[in-house]
Design a protein around this ligand. Structure first.
Ligand code: GLA
Length: 379
């Protein structure tokens, strides 16, 4: 498919094809930028890149999804205000060059089926896809985690979106039929097998995440403030990751305003992830589902990043037979919910939620029954 697009644009066949998946986070939301724990899975929706070397320093990029092309020189990589879709690739290329990896000019085409602005990390997939493309084209001898960090840097510093490391990490290092348990401080990780008698069902609310960036920045600041306030109690750590739920309750009076609730979400969510990994490994999916449900409540009430549409999807989901757990996933304020559903119930679940959502809000939900898939840089 992507090879054909390449051929149609450039009239030759590509040298290299790579694929970087989107992701869904099973549990561990708004914990990554607090040095905490996350448990995402890569999904079977991805961004593909096809390309070949040129003999000069020019990079030509065609986006199948935007039906548009750009061209830039590796000697002067600037942000593109008009074709902003190209900035992920520009950023990754720029930071590789800055780190001393001399790139060559290239012709490339990219596109895929990760829905945009749906909270399934299409931008991380573009960054990681670009990094994997350069690695494979030029046989760069680099560690995958280095490329993950570089991809995040492209998002944070070049594109200008503050995000944690989860999305790039899972797009690079996800594994087929597994979730990935990641410690976002140590960057140590472990793949946790997912059973095939339960399905990960993603419900896309169809609501674009309008407030996502500004509110995300507010939450980031609030977490930092909470850490600063608790420093006065002697319980100080570098981040909310360092607190236990008991520490937090004991220090409740030092927090001003809503900071206690913000901190409580992060602290309890980290503990939920740890328990979720244990119960997933021991096969207790009922408990796993309860933890997902508790995560949603905490995101809705303490962290306040859910939305009416996401809450409706979650409430509908929990009424369906075969559902183990349902929660919003990703940054919030729109985007998707993630549901764990027994395999035999998955199709009827999807149909019932679609119908219920239409009846309740007059909106169309897209529903994806996902397979956990391979990351772009997993060996
Ligand atoms: C977005 C960010 C991630 C993470 C989630 C919330 O997806 O890109 O780094 O913070 O929100 O868990």
């Amino acid at each position: 498919m992507i090879e054909q697009s390449f051929h149609a644009i450039y009239g030759t066949m590509p040298e290299v094809v790579v694929r970087a998946p989107g992701r869904v986070n099973l549990i561990g939301e708004h914990t990554d930028y607090n040095d905490g724990f996350v448990l995402p899975a890569a999904i079977d929706r991805s961004i593909e890149f096809a390309g070949r070397r040129r003999s000069d320093r020019v990079v030509r990029v065609h986006s199948v999804d935007f039906a548009a092309s750009v061209e830039f020189s590796l000697d002067d990589i600037q942000k593109d205000g008009k074709n902003s879709w190209s900035n992920y690739i520009r950023g990754v290329s720029k930071y590789l060059e800055e780190d001393g990896h001399r790139l060559s000019g290239a012709d490339l085409v990219f596109g895929g089926d990760v829905p945009r602005e749906a909270g399934l990390s299409s931008s991380a997939a573009v960054e990681v896809g670009a990094a994997a493309f350069w690695k494979n084209l030029l046989h760069l001898e680099v560690d995958p985690v280095y490329l993950v960090k570089l991809s995040r840097k492209a998002e944070n510093q070049f594109v200008g979106v503050p995000c944690g490391i989860m999305d790039q990490f899972i797009s690079a290092l996800g594994r087929k039929n597994h979730a990935l348990f990641l410690d976002c401080r140590a960057l140590s990780f472990r793949h946790v097998p997912l059973r095939d008698d339960v399905k990960i069902v993603v419900c896309n609310s169809g609501v674009k995440r309008a407030l996502a960036q500004s509110e995300y920045e507010v939450r980031l600041k609030q977490c930092r403030q909470a850490v600063a306030q608790i420093a006065s109690t002697g319980l100080a750590g570098k981040s909310l990751r360092d607190l236990t739920p008991e520490d937090l309750e004991a220090a409740r009076s030092v927090f001003s305003g809503i900071l206690f609730r913000r901190a409580r979400h992060v602290v309890t969510e980290n503990y939920r992830v740890l328990e979720a990994v244990n119960v997933l490994e021991s096969g207790d999916l009922m408990r796993f589902g309860e933890l997902m449900n508790a995560s949603h409540e905490s995101l809705r009430d303490d962290y306040e990043v859910s939305s009416r549409e996401l809450d409706v999807l979650v409430e509908l989901a929990r009424k369906q037979p075969g559902v183990l757990g349902a929660r919003m996933t990703g940054a919030g304020f729109g985007g998707c919910t993630v549901n764990l559903v027994r395999q035999e119930a998955a199709e009827s679940f999807a149909e019932a939620v679609r119908r219920g959502y239409q009846n309740a809000l007059g909106l169309k939900a897209e529903i994806y029954i996902c397979k956990a898939s391979q990351g772009a840089l997993d060996i």
